[in-house]
Every structure is written in structure tokens, then in C-alpha cells.
Design a protein around this ligand. Structure first.
Ligand SMILES: [Ca+2]
Ligand SMILES: [Ca+2]
Ligand SMILES: [Ca+2]
Length: 483
């Protein structure tokens, strides 16, 4: 007997791949007690599917033993049908004289003992053959896997062809077998025992017909999956043991293709001013030779970035792909708004794997470098010449000619005499307590005007009215820094 293992030459990590083992009987007699052992290559695991294909029947039985490193099939056990007592072998044309030398072999293919004391056989010519009175070997209380050989008085089994029927004690048909032109000195026998795979074979009366006839083949199929990090170059080892010997074989070596993700978050460093939009392009590329399955991607922006848009699947910050093929690139664009000036970052993480346990985790991050863009504040005002017992309108122009914006501009007028009063403010808010005008923001390359009346109250005054200098202190924020 020979054993031959066919493995795929190239597999992808996570994919279920079919493997095949052929067991061939290259001899001239049926073989029996067939045991097949497969050594699973490093990194592979059994998927739970197995099929046994042989002449006379197919089975989907799993391995009879499974250790994680080995799969073992007792093919004799698997191929034997469990169907009770059946006709297993007929000798209708013994060598020389037939009369008194014809034989019938029964076989208990079931799992429990059957008493066939009351059973009988009958051929197409209605010749009845009681069993109990014609036992040549074996016991009418037939144990599982036991044989019973029946002698036939006279000549009953027709040499050109016949049908033999097995009845139980109630007269119910249990089995029947039909054969054609007989071969002298050969038995009409099924291989394996109890199967429907009949042929003219050497007699094995009282013993097994064998499990695999000469020239016959058993095909065993099973599926293995390569897990994360499975190395290339390993082989499947198969060992066959049978009654008369053994055989071993190694498959060809298996190349294992595994995905490898590379993640970029571009640009690495983004230069932005306050209020600017920042835009990133995230790429997830499979630079490995195999597909990356169950790809999960997560993007995180720091809390002081406000998300404007992201074109990920579903528009979420967490998304996934069923698979990314080798060489395939997924591109995501994300846009956010900077609301403060520091600790701004965007982190992207990706992972993939066959199941929940990832084969690979990878990430990339990008920082926002805040660029200080300085404003250039200028102001002009009409000269303040206040008439006695009167007031004058003051016109104030504030401009920002710099590249950076001014936020929350306040102009503090220090040194206003208590005799003077500010009134009719337009274009600003005046705070009497600290003599401050609030103007709000002055964006880059823009200006604002405000006006107010400045005056002195009338009174019986002899002295010269107060005169002097008013110092203006500007207070504002530029990009989060107080200026
Ligand atoms: Ca005969
Ligand atoms: Ca004969
Ligand atoms: Ca036999």
C-alpha cells in the first residue's frame, strides 16, 4: 500500500485550504486494519471538515483522534457500515465439485450482538437454507464484527448467477445479494466487510474480506488554515499503517502568504494657526504578499480639534474592511478645525487578523504645530480738544495690518481726569470702572471704527480745566497668547 499527500503549494493566512491524501492498494490482495496519521505543519490548524471517499461509500467522519498536532483516521472503522447482520461473501462455484462445498458468510456490521438462530437464507429458486443447523464456523450469537460461515447441503447457488436473500426469524428480509456468472474457486465478496462494493475475489471464509481491494483507493480530504505568523516551507507528513506494513510521505512545501499593513497619516506635521482647518490623508496599504482580513481602523483627534468631515466607510472614526488585498491602498480624508493652539494631534491605528486575535497592529500619528502669526495693531484718533462746558466727538480707527488675527481687543484709556466723561459710545462697549473700550476681534488685514463723545461738565469754575495726557493700553489675544 502507498500513501500520497497533496498539499496546496501556496496558501493565504486565515484562508481555509483543502488538503488531500490518497491511500492506494498497489498489491494483489485486499488490505485491512488501515490507519492514517497526518502531522499538521507548524502554524496550521484543522478546520473541522473532513471527507472519506472510497468505493462502496463516502463518509464525512472527522478524525478518530485529533491532538492539534496530529489528525488520525481509523479508516477500517470509518469505512465499515453499521447496518446489522448482512451477507458478506458467497462461494457458489467451489473448485471441483459444487455439491456440499458451496458456502455463505454472514457478517455482523452492527454494534450489538445479534442471535441468528432462527434466521434462514433463500435463493431465487426458493431453496431455503436454515442457518442454525448448517453452521460451519462462528457462533449464531453473532458479536459485532464477527463472521458466521454456512455450509450448503447439495448444490443450491447457481453458477451462471443467482440472488440470495437473508430473512430473520420473523420472515422479514434483512439483506440480499445478486451475482452474475461465477468464477470457479472465487468468492463473490464485498470490500470492506458489509459494504456494497462487490467483486470476485479470493475466498476469506470466516475472516475479513479486507478493507481495501487491490487497485482500489481511499481519498481523504481535510481542511487546514494557516494562522498568523505561519512560516513558509513546511510540509504535510502522512503516515499509513496497515496489517501488513506501513508507508510515509511528505507533501511538497507550502508557501504561506501573509498580509502586512502600512499606515500613513499625512502630513506628519501640520502647520496651522488658530481657527484654521487642518486636513489629513490617511492611507492603509497592504504591502504583504497575502490578503489582510477583518481590517479595523480607528482614528482619534485630540479634544481641541473639532471634526469637520471624514470620508471613512460609514463616516465614523472607527471603520473596517472585510479584506485588503496585496498592493491595495485604502485612502481616507479627514478635516478638523483647530480651536486652541497646543497639544493637537491625530492618531490612526489599524489591525487585522483571522478572528478577534489580531495578526498585526500598526499605527501612525500626526501633530499640529501651531504657527504664531502676529497681528500688527495701529490706531488713529482725532485730536481731543474739548471746549469748556462742552463735549467733542472722538473718532477712533483701529486696524490690523499683520498676518495674524486679534481676539478680544480692549483699549484701556489711562489718565482720564475725573472731570471728564465718556458718552455716546458707538462701535465699542465702554467699561467705566476700568476706562476700557471693548472692541472684540480684529481679523488679519481688517479694521474697525468706533466713536464716542468726550466732555467736561459745566460748572462755576475759576481755575483752568484739567489738561494732560491719556495713555492708551491695548489688551488683546493673538492665537491664544495674551498680548
Ligand atoms: Ca454452484
Ligand atoms: Ca465447481
Ligand atoms: Ca470473508
Amino acid at each position: 500500500m502507498t500513501v500520497n499527500s497533496i498539499a496546496p503549494t501556496s496558501v493565504n493566512v486565515c484562508d481555509s485550504n483543502g488538503f488531500v491524501v490518497y491511500v492506494n492498494n498497489t498489491g494483489t490482495t485486499p488490505e485491512k486494519d488501515i490507519l492514517l496519521n497526518v502531522t499538521i505543519p507548524l502554524g496550521f490548524s484543522y478546520d473541522g471538515y473532513s471527507g472519506i471517499y472510497f468505493q462502496g461509500g463516502d463518509r464525512n467522519d472527522g478524525p478518530t483522534n485529533e491532538s492539534g498536532k496530529h489528525l488520525e483516521w481509523n479508516l477500517t472503522e470509518i469505512m465499515t457500515p453499521e447496518m446489522g447482520v448482512v451477507i458478506n461473501e458467497l462461494l457458489p462455484n467451489p473448485a471441483g465439485t459444487d455439491s456440499g462445498n458451496e458456502r455463505i458468510e454472514l457478517y455482523n456490521a452492527g454494534t450489538s450482538t445479534v442471535n441468528v438462530k432462527e434466521w434462514y437464507l433463500r435463493d431465487i429458486g426458493n431453496n431455503n437454507i436454515p442457518i442454525a443447523s448448517n453452521v460451519l464456523s462462528g457462533n449464531v450469537k453473532m458479536d459485532p464484527r464477527s463472521y458466521l460461515v454456512i455450509r450448503i447441503n447439495g448444490s443450491v447457488l447457481n453458477n451462471p448467477g443467482d440472488t440470495v436473500i437473508l430473512f430473520n426469524g420473523n420472515g422479514t428480509q434483512e439483506d440480499y445479494v445478486t451475482y452474475g456468472a461465477s468464477v470457479e474457486a472465487q468468492s463473490w465478496a464485498c470490500v470492506p466487510d458489509g459494504s456494497r462494493h462487490w467483486g470476485w475475489r479470493s475466498s476469506t471464509l470466516g475472516g475479513t474480506n479486507g478493507d481495501l481491494a487491490p487497485g482500489d483507493q481511499i481519498r481523504v480530504e481535510f481542511n487546514l488554515t494557516a494562522g498568523c505568523g505561519t512560516p513558509s516551507g513546511n510540509k504535510v507528513k502522512v503516515d499509513l499503517a496497515y496489517f501488513e506494513g506501513s508507508d510515509s510521505q511528505l507533501s511538497s512545501s507550502i508557501q504561506v502568504n501573509e498580509g502586512f499593513l502600512e499606515v500613513t497619516n499625512s502630513p506628519d506635521i501640520f502647520e496651522a494657526g488658530m481657527g484654521d482647518s487642518v486636513n489629513w490623508t490617511i492611507t492603509v496599504e497592504n504591502i504583504g504578499p497575502g490578503p489582510a482580513y477583518n481590517v479595523r481602523v480607528n482614528d482619534t483627534i485630540s479634544s481641541d480639534l473639532t471634526l469637520l468631515s471624514i470620508d471613512s466607510p460609514g463616516g465614523d472614526m472607527n471603520w473596517s474592511y472585510d479584506a485588503i488585498d496585496p498592493g491595495e491602498v485604502k485612502t481616507i480624508r479627514i478635516s478638523a478645525n483647530a480651536t486652541i493652539c497646543e497639544d493637537l494631534r491625530n492618531d490612526v491605528n489599524a489591525s487585522w487578523g483571522c478572528s478577534d486575535t489580531p495578526c498585526q497592529k500598526v499605527g501612525a500619528n500626526s501633530l499640529v504645530n501651531f504657527v504664531q502669526r502676529y497681528p500688527d495693531l495701529n490706531y488713529t484718533l482725532t485730536p481731543i480738544i474739548v471746549p469748556y462746558c462742552g463735549k467733542t466727538s472722538v473718532f477712533f480707527n483701529v486696524s490690523n495690518s499683520g498676518p495674524g488675527g486679534i481676539f478680544d481687543l480692549e483699549l484701556q484709556f489711562s489718565g482720564i481726569s475725573a472731570d471728564y466723561a465718556v458718552s455716546d459710545v458707538s462701535g465699542a462697549v465702554y467699561h467705566l470702572g476700568n476706562e476700557t473700550f471693548s472692541l472684540g476681534g480684529i481679523p488679519s488685514k481688517s479694521w474697525k471704527n468706533f466713536t464716542f463723545d468726550f466732555g467736561v461738565a459745566c460748572g462755576d469754575r475759576c481755575s483752568k480745566e484739567a489738561a494732560g495726557n491719556i495713555t492708551i493700553y491695548p489688551h488683546y489675544y493673538r492665537g491664544g497668547v495674551q498680548g
